[in-house]
Design a protein around this ligand. Structure first.
Ligand code: FAD
Length: 453
């Protein structure tokens, strides 16, 4: 393999040659140290691209030598899809964010993270729809869908993507939006990085001078009551309100329930709308504050463990009902290590009002995305991986009412059947577009498609 890597690197344009890093280089280490530690994957080289032309050159060099190829954006995919044993296209040097003159949209580099975007939008009281954490890559998040605290008011991140610049498998650099290459654009809205490398994307910008939110901490012993009361509040809630739940251990090992409600409507209503969430049980810590959208996205940063081996499963639930709450509590009473956690993301309001055929994303009805996460240190014993996997799978199995499929960005690399279910009635069109734009499956390292099911 290393001869092939050498040959591929020699095939790069002279300009790009200086932007290649190899094992042992600092830049290589930075690009390949992603959020979830990967074991047994050693990229041959990383190409640190700065422009669409660099990406074009890197794709050509990899294809000429039939090298595996992967794309590294924000590096937050749990399954390590940013890395492969061949050539990694690193976009972390392409993080520019430019507001349009009328401030109605922003052009965002393919490697930008939410933090890069809010650094530009926050000072103007504006917002681009992102996920709930500032360090996640905007392109990776958006291409798979993009759940976040503004989902009820503005929809998924894809519902706010207006256009993309894409380097295709055949090396062409194309523009895609609802009128130019509309099929490609449709597929990018939920089909992940399977169709090309997005070097820039244009997103709608919203006026959002502030939100109300806070991380409310309740004891795990009150989990049933807290979650039931929260679910009852949400059944009546306006679209501008979303809530995220996390069940996890604190550093001392004590189990906690974190409730994070966010109000993105009229600021003068924020405190009153969120006050009931501070009375769900015995509040151990936290309170509601008015803050910028950027500050909201930064709130989770201290809790996002990095560099650990991580396994993840997930499912879509129709609602947070009594059975689901029982399953949450049972799972957390039976964790196998302090690295086990359950996190929920809501899907409602504006996201549910989009028709299923409008984008590739397959499930357009109110639901709850459940993230089942287990992280553990690398030096632990060989039994750790199966132990955590078993806990995770048993937890998912316990959600008897789960809907078919799951959030494509959270599926495992080989979950092809679930991918087919995830895309539902859109699967056929998605695969037809995949065959048209990437017939040789050059972008096989992206999230699974129904393709080989
Ligand atoms: C801590 C944490 C919090 C998260 N929170 C949320 C959340 O609130 N909402 C949500 O919906 N998801 C969330 N996710 C999941 C996240 O959206 C996906 O893992 C996403 O793929 C991350 O994108 P990235 O660029 O950071 O990842 P990377 O690992 O760099 O990329 C993953 C894959 O995405 C594709 N990709 C990335 N950039 C491009 C590009 N420019 N062009 C083409 N393909 C590209 C490639 O196939 C790449 O291999 C979270 C993940 C983590 C770890």
């Amino acid at each position: 393999m290393s001869d092939t890597i050498d040959a591929a690197c020699r095939g790069l344009s002279e300009d790009l040659l200086g932007l290649v890093s190899l094992p042992g280089d600092g830049r290589y280490a930075a690009a390949t140290s992603i959020w979830a530690k990967q074991v047994g994957v050693t990229p041959g080289a990383v190409v640190h691209c700065r422009t669409a032309r660099d990406v074009q050159d890197a794709i050509r060099a990899a294809r000429e030598r039939e090298l595996p190829l992967s794309v590294r954006g924000g590096g937050h995919d749990w399954a390590g899809r940013a890395l492969c044993d061949g050539l990694v296209i690193d976009l972390s040097g392409m993080r520019s964010v430019v507001l349009s003159p009328d401030r109605s949209s922003a052009t965002i580099g393919g490697g930008a993270r939410a933090a890069d975007v809010v650094a530009v939008t926050d000072p103007h009281g504006l917002a681009v729809v992102a996920g709930s954490v500032s360090s996640v890559g905007i392109a990776g998040l958006t291409l798979g869908g993009g759940y976040g605290p503004l989902i009820g008011r503005f929809g998924l991140a894809i519902d706010n993507m207006l256009a993309a610049e894409v380097v295709l498998a055949d090396g062409r650099i194309v523009h895609a939006d609802s009128e130019t290459n509309p099929d490609l654009f449709w597929a990018l809205c939920g089909g992940g990085g399977n169709f090309g490398v997005v070097t820039a994307m244009r997103h709608r910008v919203h006026e959002l001078p502030s939100v109300h939110s806070g991380m409310l901490v309740y004891p795990f012993s009150e989990a049933h009551g807290v979650l039931e009361r929260c679910s009852a509040l949400m059944a009546e809630a306006a679209d501008e309100l979303t809530v995220q739940h996390t069940l996890m251990a604190d550093p001392s090992g004590a189990m906690l329930v974190l409730v994070v409600p966010t109000w993105s409507g009229r600021p003068e209503e924020g405190e009153a709308r969120l006050r009931p969430f501070t009375r769900l049980g015995t509040l151990l810590a936290g309170g509601i504050e008015r803050k910028s959208y950027g500050a909201l996205l930064g709130m989770f940063d201290p809790y996002i463990a990095n560099g650990l081996q991580t396994v993840m499963d997930s499912c879509w639930l129709p609602s947070l009902d009594r059975n689901a709450i029982d399953a949450f509590v049972y799972a957390m009473e039976n964790t196998v290590s302090p690295g086990c956690a359950i996190i929920t993301h809501e899907f409602r309001g504006a996201a549910s009002s989009v028709t299923e055929a409008a984008t590739a994303f397959g499930l357009r009805r109110d639901h709850l995305l459940v993230e089942i996460l287990a992280s553990f240190p690398d030096q632990s014993d060989a039994g750790d991986m199966p132990r955590h996997r078993n806990w995770m799978h048993a937890t998912r199995e316990a959600f008897a009412a789960a809907l078919p499929g799951g959030y494509p960005n959270f599926l495992g690399k080989d979950e092809l059947d679930r991918a087919r279910q995830s895309y539902g009635g859109n699967a056929g069109r998605l695969m037809e577009i995949k065959h048209r734009y990437d017939p040789d499956n050059v972008f096989s390292s992206a999230i699974p498609l129904p393709r080989s099911a």
